[in-house]
Design a protein around this ligand. Structure first.
Ligand SMILES: O=C1O[C@H](COP(=O)(O)O)[C@@H](O)[C@H](O)[C@H]1O
Length: 246
């Protein structure tokens, strides 16, 4: 079954930031109205810097936000490789979010233990006996097509038995990470990919024109919405008609 994909090509990073934050605002406030809570999964890479620039304009009840990690590196929070560490530096103090609204890994555990521990932490926020359904996942895509810490050709692409899986041989350092698995990703109410810069152009073509089965292409929220926010450089190899500007 086809998943409707809303691809938006924006002029530059500033416009991508504005579009991203206005979508996040709308989805957050809709979730809060319906469920009295907004559950968002965050990615690392280029996304935290965009949120740092745009989220302060967002009007929402910040106390209702709970922030999870689509993937996280199993390193101390003080490390520049820690995704939570990056968000802590960029967001806390910049928007009215407190550290305890972030559902964090225990960085003192092994990746395997950290994944199990994170499943238990997540379970507190989702109904029992069914897959977690996030209101929103913010996703990035590496030049190799990876998303979260799901890398091309890795056995974790086929993992369906756990919500969160450990990985100890990540091809992109650091090696030790935890990641959401596809059943949870594809159960989300909405996923927003952000890809910017010419280093992403070839991979964007592989996703939308060649339709290669890359990890990012496998994000298909069957009962949800899928957005791709691209800047002009990332979209450079797409022809007219391959995108729907809105
Ligand atoms: O390693 C990672 O990379 C991806 C992509 O990052 P980007 O800088 O190309 O946007 C990111 O989404 C993921 O969370 C991170 O662990």
């Amino acid at each position: 079954m086809e998943v409707h994909t809303d691809i938006r090509v924006l002029d530059n990073e500033e416009k991508v930031t504005t579009e991203l934050c206005s979508l996040v605002e709308y989805i957050a406030n809709t979730a809060i109205e319906a469920d009295d809570i907004f559950k968002i999964g965050l990615s690392g890479g280029s996304i935290p810097a965009l949120l740092a620039k745009g989220l302060s304009q967002v009007k929402t009840d910040w106390s209702k936000w709970r922030l999870f990690f689509c993937d996280e590196r199993v390193v101390p929070f003080e490390s520049t490789e820690s995704t939570f560490g990056v968000y802590k530096t960029f967001l806390i103090g910049n928007v009215p979010l407190t550290e305890d609204q972030f559902i964090k890994i225990d960085p003192h555990l092994t990746a395997e233990e950290a994944a199990k521990d994170y499943i238990q932490k997540m379970a507190v926020y989702f109904p029992p006996d069914c897959l977690p359904r996030f209101h929103l996942l913010l996703l990035g895509m590496g030049p190799d097509g990876h998303t979260c810490s799901l890398f091309p050709g890795h056995r974790l692409l086929e993992e369906t038995s756990v919500w969160i899986a450990p990985i100890t041989n990540s091809p992109k350092p650091p090696a030790s990470r935890i990641t959401l698995t596809f059943p949870v990703i594809n159960n989300a109410e909405a996923c927003i990919f952000v890809a910017m810069g010419s280093s992403k152009a070839e991979t964007i073509k592989r996703v939308f024109v060649d339709k290669e089965p890359l990890p990012a292409t496998r994000v298909r929220p069957m009962e949800g919405l899928l957005y791709w926010l691209l800047d002009k450089d990332a979209a450079a190899l797409l022809k007219k008609g391959e995108v729907n500007n809105s």
